[in-house]
Ligand binder design. Sequence first.
Ligand SMILES: Nc1ncnc2c1ncn2[C@@H]1O[C@H](COP(=O)(O)OP(=O)(O)O)[C@@H](O)[C@H]1O
Ligand SMILES: [Mg+2]
Length: 234
Amino acid sequence: MSTLELREVTKHYSSGAETIKAVDGVSLTVSSGEFVALYGPSGSGKTTLLLLAAGLASPDSGAILFDGRDIGSFSERDSALYRRRDVGFVFQAFHLMPHTSALDNATIKLTGGGYTLREARSKALPWLERVGLAERAEQTPERLSMGERQRVAIARALVNEPRLLLADEPTGNLDSKRSREILALMRDICHERGIPGVVVTHDPDASAFVDRVHTLRDGHLADGIDPELASSSS
Ligand SMILES: Nc1ncnc2c1ncn2[C@@H]1O[C@H](COP(=O)(O)OP(=O)(O)O)[C@@H](O)[C@H]1O
Ligand SMILES: [Mg+2]
């Protein structure tokens, strides 16, 4: 069981004389097995919020707790372990290795974590099956569609059985049918594994495919989808 909790988290960036409040006093709890979508316009702080939760950025104030432990108080070693072992992060731009099969792309965290290639492949293959890509396992990313590449990135994030799933606009390049399939797939995985998940989405109808939706606007979090934003995006 694992829970992600953000308490009054603020993250500012300064650019010249200006201060940008990327995340401004956000409190959010995502419990075990809960899959939450973040919706909001470009520049509203969505990526920053995920990076903070992943331990890839530090808040200026507030706290981020995982399993009740403040990740800001972790030693360097525990912080590295948190990022590598506990967090599964699906990046917006996939970051797949070219000229490398889908299967070997999916094994990367395992081969870097002490498994032999053979062991890593046998652990990764069920994840490619889970995301519906078993038959494409030997294809390189160049030969995969955007949706298939996205599925590889999701499998790669999950192979080492992380305790938190974070995904930054994983469906940005997909049509709405495929994007909803991906949302539902990630939701089912969070439910099955009892892990919290947060996904950034542009789909104003995402609520049907996730457990909860929040809207981020100018760094502020609100419940549900802001109807004004939803009507302007479609
Ligand atoms: N490294 C950075 N340095 C300065 N400003 C940044 C940096 N990262 C993000 N920002 C600013 O913070 C705000 C939120 O950005 P971001 O979290 O990327 O939003 P989103 O993912 O919702 O588009 C934006 O105004 C962006 O320009
Ligand atoms: Mg972003």
